[in-house]
Design a protein around this ligand. Sequence first.
Ligand code: SAM
Length: 211
Amino acid sequence: MSVERFERDNCWHCSLDCGRIAELSAHEVCPEFVSGDELRSVSTIVADPPWLERGGGRIQRGADKHYSLLSADASVLVMQEWMKSYEIAENAHMYLWVTNNHLEDGLKVMRDLGFRYITNICWVKPSFGLGYYFRGQHELCLFGVRGRGSQVKTDDNGVSSIVKASKRKHSQKPDEFYDLVERRSAGGYLYMFSRSERVGWYMEGDEVGVL
Ligand SMILES: C[S@@+](CC[C@H](N)C(=O)[O-])C[C@H]1O[C@@H](n2cnc3c(N)ncnc32)[C@H](O)[C@@H]1O
């Protein structure tokens, strides 16, 4: 990542008044700044694809009520295209959210993107959702690495594999999850299929900023 003198009022990355720049004097260098035509360095990728969840029955309850959906193969193509705009480190981490009935697709998607599955994280919710056999009360996020994952791992020895947090909007992931990623994995961070923004993270998706 090339670092240049920072001569703008706001953070180049989030384009908001994030507060970070206020701490820098005019001649200091912003460590986040990269000139426009350079690839942005990323060591940790998060992805939350729009899995084909159409729901059943007469009442429309699937994810298609909230946003457009993609097959697993189409999601891979979209993500590969985005990843070309970043310099993804040789040693990198990936967090991939899956719906419970797309677990096998998730494992394949992770492989197709060049990562090997290691373990998973479980988001435990305080109340029931829908479900045929079991009333859903959790979501899984697959964790994988490419190269030597230990190179990207932070020193924190106390990161749990469980996130306990309430539901918010449909499919919106809790803030506690971002905190977990930042505690466990080195940046830069790239979030594919995001709807929100977060200081210090690169976001991709057709709804970035709607939440
Ligand atoms: C599961 S949601 C992401 C939820 C997000 N992680 C959050 O916490 O709010 C998937 C997102 O992918 C977006 N999406 C669907 N098809 C897309 C496409 N072809 N290109 C870019 N984004 C797409 C949807 O609009 C939706 O915002």
